[in-house]
Design a protein around this ligand. Sequence first.
Ligand SMILES: Cc1cc2nc3c(=O)[nH]c(=O)nc-3n(C[C@H](O)[C@H](O)[C@H](O)COP(=O)(O)OP(=O)(O)OC[C@H]3O[C@@H](n4cnc5c(N)ncnc54)[C@H](O)[C@@H]3O)c2cc1C
Length: 422
Amino acid sequence: MNREFEAHAGRAATPRGQSARSAIVVGAGVVGMASAYALARRGVSVTVIERRDGPGLEASFANGAQLSYAYTDALASPALLRHLPAVLLGLDPAICWRPSLDRDHIAWLMRFLRSSTANRFTANTLAGLELGLESRAAMHALIEQHDLDFGHSVAGKLHIHATRTGLDAAARIVALKRLHGADQHVLSAGEAIDLEPALADHGPFAGAVHTPGDEVGDPQRFCTAMAALLGRDYGVSLRFGTRVEDLGEAGAKAWVQTGSGERLMADNLVVCAGIGSGPLAARFGLGAALMPVKGYSFTAPEGPAGLRVSITDVSRKIVFCPLGGMVRVAGMAEIGARSTAVDPKALESLRSGARTSLPRAANYDQIGAGWAGIRPMKANSLPTIKRVSPRIAVNIGHGMLGWTFSMGSAERLATLVLEKVE
Ligand SMILES: Cc1cc2nc3c(=O)[nH]c(=O)nc-3n(C[C@H](O)[C@H](O)[C@H](O)COP(=O)(O)OP(=O)(O)OC[C@H]3O[C@@H](n4cnc5c(N)ncnc54)[C@H](O)[C@@H]3O)c2cc1C
């Protein structure tokens, strides 16, 4: 089922029959950096334009750090639909909806509801799995070839299910995903505790789904390492502190206009601007596709029961990720929230939920200022990777799994961009 993955062999030559091309990539988050790499290693001359003063400073800054290559379950699901009344009544501290009468907002919600049937949930989850497995192959090829320091490890992942009903439902989707290449197993609570002793502190739970091959890595360190690699080994030009205000095509070229009025041209333009893609892609009818879904994280020193395995507490919707002596804890989904300000009440809710779930995994008295970011979310939980005009493509809408999907999405994007345009 995996698309054949082209082996990395240094800086690949320009495909036969094509002249050297140039491309502008807008956005230096995980998706933009991976896209720049996928293009540059195929011989494209790449310029990255980023409004912030460095790479990975928005949604890719301090996310949950999980590379969940086999845990790609779509957010829109029959289970979430059943849970919707609790969400609308504000009874779930981990997920809430900021209502709006905006037409795009309502259209997105309608698409989300339509994506919540059992059939669509299954189809979206399996499509995510295919992209996840491609991403893992692309990430492994990258780190085999280049020595990148971003705290990467194959920690494996445990999804903890509090109830037997939840575990049985998870077991059904595990059985299906196994047929499509996922290495996942259902464990009893005892087996899960044997694997991760910190779970002995967790209240009673029915069992867990174990994904031994899932990985972890710090996304911001990845962006920084990639920026250095791209500039040094691939001749990529990185322009930070430069906002793209407008974009378009003129003849056989694409162009961007920056905030200072400068116009840059290239053979191709790729928009990887996370939630900032909405305004840029609006003219192509894609503005309404992205819903901002705000989340929080904090990073604390590991506690007396430090983690070996990455954990997701499914009922609390909190992830715990071991990152070299520290623990990254992430969660919360505020649908429709656009500000990245850290609300102290929301951060405290995340901290107290985490402390109740795994009391000795981290030192919860040292969580620092916390962080909030905006996931650029599509209703079907799958990114849009497509050409929107002959010279302009988008790689957007990675939602809850942008770090996981970044490398595979970039490979798909580069293949698409290098297809011959008539
Ligand atoms: C709390 C939280 C936890 C998460 N946990 C995980 C996880 O464990 N695993 C996982 O796989 N995913 C996770 N995610 C999701 C993941 O972080 C995102 O999907 C991913 O970072 C999106 O990457 P991106 O490159 O598309 O966007 P971004 O990282 O936001 O990058 C877009 C870049 O474009 C720039 N930009 C925007 N507009 C312009 C413009 N006009 N001109 C120039 N530059 C522009 C921005 O400054 C930004 O740097 C989490 C997200 C959150 C918020």
